[in-house]
Design a protein around this ligand. Structure first.
Ligand SMILES: [Zn+2]
Length: 73
């Protein structure tokens, strides 16, 4: 993985989770990188698919003793 990508992966993950981007990466930079990097695009899709599958699983079978975070409106 190119070094540039390694720097953007945490930001992609944060965006997928709906969290603020890590310090040092702006939305503009992330968009610019995603517009030219196929690897990161594929990874972002993978993350979203994984997250969707996890949400689905949690909704069907909540884990004991774990309270799911409230769904943002
Ligand atoms: Zn990349």
């Amino acid at each position: 993985m190119p070094i540039a990508c390694a720097g953007f992966r945490p930001a992609i993950s944060a965006r997928t989770e709906g969290e603020p981007l890590p310090a040092g990466v702006t939305d503009t930079e992330l968009d610019a990188h995603l517009s030219q990097c196929r690897d990161c695009n594929r990874w972002a899709r993978h993350l979203r698919a994984l997250r969707a599958a996890t949400d689905d699983l949690l909704h069907r079978r909540p884990r004991r003793g774990v309270t799911p975070p409230p769904t943002p409106m």
